[in-house]
Design a protein around this ligand. Structure first.
Ligand SMILES: Nc1nc2c(c(=O)[nH]1)N[C@H]1C(S)=C(S)[C@@H](COP(=O)(O)O)O[C@H]1N2
Ligand SMILES: [Mo]
Length: 230
């Protein structure tokens, strides 16, 4: 099968899930909730273990577009540009020079699995963005990845302290299949908002939709509101 066919199949399968979800929502309108969650200090907002309609898995499924780019640390680069005063391209040593933080957070996939209490180590996305000096008019960031994936975040979400550029999971280098050497995690949003193999942080003044957001995924993506699709 060609790469294009493979991608088309992945997209088709995921959009079928979206259709099914929307049918379910129409059948049980009480599940639908338009109000955005807003900010919260912790990943769970003092809520029960699992967001609505999620089940827990102890495994870590792999979800992506079927391309697994190999980007060794030695040649890895991350561009930070767009609506910033000091655009830059980070090499691995630059990433290591930022404060290294550890966090434990949950990981919620829109396809309904959640993996709880994942132990991460990395750098705050907020610190990396701050170093590039976002302009006062900056309000969003588009995260680009080495596989061609994109996903957009409002800065209000991207700057939360548990949004990390992670390079280490459970004490070991992040595996390629999970986005190694470096990916974004967005514990308070569905996991598609966290780009694996992140290659570029493009700061924006106006919002623009990423890969799944363009295809009918929610632009806000709040797990605790069952906010999966638009
Ligand atoms: N670069 C890239 N990042 C991506 C994706 C992708 O296809 N490409 N898929 C997203 C989706 S839908 C999910 S659920 C998580 C899955 O991460 P995992 O494969 O480590 O479980 O990565 C997100 N980040
Ligand atoms: Mo996902």
């Amino acid at each position: 099968m060609s790469e294009d066919d493979k991608l088309a199949r992945i997209v088709e399968a995921r959009l079928k899930l979206r259709e099914r979800f929307q049918r379910d929502m129409q059948a049980t309108p009480s599940l639908a909730d338009d109000a955005p969650m807003g900010s919260g200090q912790t990943n769970r907002h003092g809520m029960p273990q699992l967001p609505p309609d999620q089940y827990e898995t102890k495994k870590w499924p792999v979800l992506d577009l079927g391309i697994k780019p190999e980007v060794p640390r030695a040649t890895w680069k991350l561009a930070v540009d767009g609506a910033v005063a000091a655009p830059r391209t980070l090499a691995w040593a630059d990433l290591e020079a930022f404060e290294q933080v550890e966090d434990v957070s949950d990981f919620h996939c829109v396809t309904k699995w959640s993996r709880m209490n994942m132990r991460w180590r990395g750098v705050r996305l907020a610190d990396v963005l701050a170093a590039a000096e976002p302009r006062p008019t900056a309000r969003f960031v588009m995260c680009h990845a080495y596989d061609g994936y994109t996903t957009n975040l409002p800065l209000a979400e991207a700057l939360k302290p548990d949004v990390l550029l992670v390079h280490t999971f459970d004490g070991a280098p992040l595996e390629i299949e999970h986005g190694g050497p470096c990916r974004v995690i967005t514990p308070q949003l569905y996991a598609w908002k966290g780009a694996k193999w992140v290659s570029r942080l493009e700061v924006l003044e106006d919002d623009r939709l990423g890969f799944w957001e363009e295809r009918g995924y929610s632009n806000t993506a709040y797990p605790w509101r069952n906010d999966r699709y638009s």
